[in-house]
Write a protein that binds this ligand. Structure first.
Ligand code: CS2
Length: 423
């Protein structure tokens, strides 16, 4: 095992260049210095044209409770649309490429075998080409998505697409790394472009707005080269799981609860949801339950939730609940259902059940009102949510969560649905 030396440089390829990656992963890579970065878009290819037209640069607005700090980040060399599979294969077959980071969202890991639409399938093609090119240097695949054991999930997804020979080569040549990522990054507001122009003199068609807080904890098992992310305050650890669980269950769990319960109660933004007396009480309840499953000292958890509350209250961030409400069918199984199961069932976890009930209630209201539910299972959600009989409706919705049935969950969800605050 070779420890990366500070003089090591290489190319980092990033998959999924949305707002979050530009606020977090690539910003940290910029601060680490020295590396070349090539990025691929998520589903929207338009981001490639927009960023290439401005030389890969973008404005980053760090929006504190009191003021904005604007900088122009110049770390990306080139952006390709996700559909350019040849470009990715070429880059992975090049020994200079040593790291691939991914922000492809939770649903990106279950996207099937078609390289045109599945990042794991594209990576499998790239790794095959790397083996065939005789590259001996290790490459690291680094997952930056909100999943427990995101490295393991990525490893499984890529291995499932690999031919036998490349699968055998994989163990010696590929590291798959889990990480915990955190920086709340809302959709940019309409004035963000003006803010970047006024404060940094840069004309930007795709600016990023983010919060001051940022955290990245990475599993410490690279055999090959990697950016010196320590320079950006990144923490390396031998025990990634506890960091992932803390963040997913406390931050993302509360986010999911607020996204649905907040909208059902008639508010639109995170700062409004956390200030809503009854929604906030539900968040406190969910936190109390999630904490029971986390092997961390009480004072550390107190400090963490207090800091979360302050972040959620940031009055200038304007984080829309609708952003967080997307993809509930893949978020709830990571954020809420494991806590219910670990605590021994719905009776032990009413706050977590409320998160699930807020989802079933919200999709039901939304479908009834003709609104869009953004979710990989949107069509099935729409038919389940329209069922007349409440028990059938809730059981059909829960069946979409792809987790083993928790027995009395349907009744518990129905009961919590009735208790949710309404306008
Ligand atoms: C949010 C996350 O979209 C969501 O579901 O919970 O994007 C959240 O803002 C980030 O994980 C914060 O680090």
């Amino acid at each position: 095992m070779s420890t990366p030396s500070p003089s090591d440089v290489g190319r980092l390829v990033h998959l999924g260049i949305g707002n979050f990656a530009r606020a977090h992963t690539l910003h940290a890579t910029d601060m680490a210095g020295g590396w070349s970065v090539v990025a691929f878009t998520g589903r929207s290819a338009a981001m490639a044209d927009a960023l290439n037209a401005q030389g890969g640069k973008y404005g980053l607005i760090v929006r504190g409770a009191e003021k904005d700090e604007v900088s122009v980040i110049d770390v990306i060399d080139e952006v390709f649309p996700a559909s350019d599979v040849d470009a990715l294969v070429r880059l992975l077959a090049d020994p200079f490429t040593a790291v691939v980071t991914l922000t492809i969202t939770e649903k990106g890991y279950a996207a099937g075998s078609d390289p045109a639409t599945s990042a794991p399938a594209r990576l499998a093609l790239g790794l095959k080409a790397r083996r065939e090119a005789g590259v001996t240097e290790q490459i690291a695949l680094v997952s930056c998505d909100n999943l427990t054991g995101n490295g393991e999930v990525l490893r499984e997804a890529v291995l499932a697409e690999l031919d036998e020979e490349t699968a055998a080569w994989f163990a010696d040549h590929v590291d798959v790394i889990s990480t915990m990522v955190d920086r709340i990054t809302p959709s940019a507001d309409e004035k963000a472009g003006d803010t970047v122009r006024e404060q940094a003199g840069f004309e930007d068609s795709v600016p990023v707005v983010t919060e001051p807080f940022t955290e990245w904890v990475i599993e410490d098992r690279f055999r090959g080269r990697r950016p010196e992310w320590e320079k950006a305050g990144v923490q390396f650890t031998d025990d990634i799981e506890v960091h992932e669980l803390r963040k997913l269950r406390l931050l993302n769990g509360a986010h999911t609860l607020m996204a649905y319960a907040g909208q059902v109660a008639g508010v639109e933004r995170v700062d409004e949801a956390i200030s809503h007396r009854e929604v906030r009480a539900l968040v406190e309840q969910l936190w109390a339950e999630a904490r029971e499953t986390l092997p961390l000292p009480a004072d550390e958890l107190d400090a963490y939730t207090a800091a979360l509350e302050e972040r959620f209250r940031n009055p200038r961030l304007a984080d829309n609940l609708l952003r967080i409400a997307a993809d509930g069918s893949v978020k709830l199984p990571v954020r809420a259902l494991p806590v219910i199961a670990e605590l021994g069932g719905p009776d032990q976890a009413p706050g977590e059940v409320a998160a699930v009930a807020a989802w079933t209630a919200w999709v039901t209201d939304r479908v009834a009102g003709g609104g869009e539910v953004k979710d990989p299972r949107a069509a099935e959600i729409a038919s389940a949510a329209a069922l007349e009989d409440a028990t059938e409706r809730v059981s059909s919705l829960l069946a979409l969560l792809d987790v083993p049935a928790i027995d009395p969950l349907v009744d518990a969800v129905l009961a919590e649905e009735r208790r949710l605050p309404r306008p």
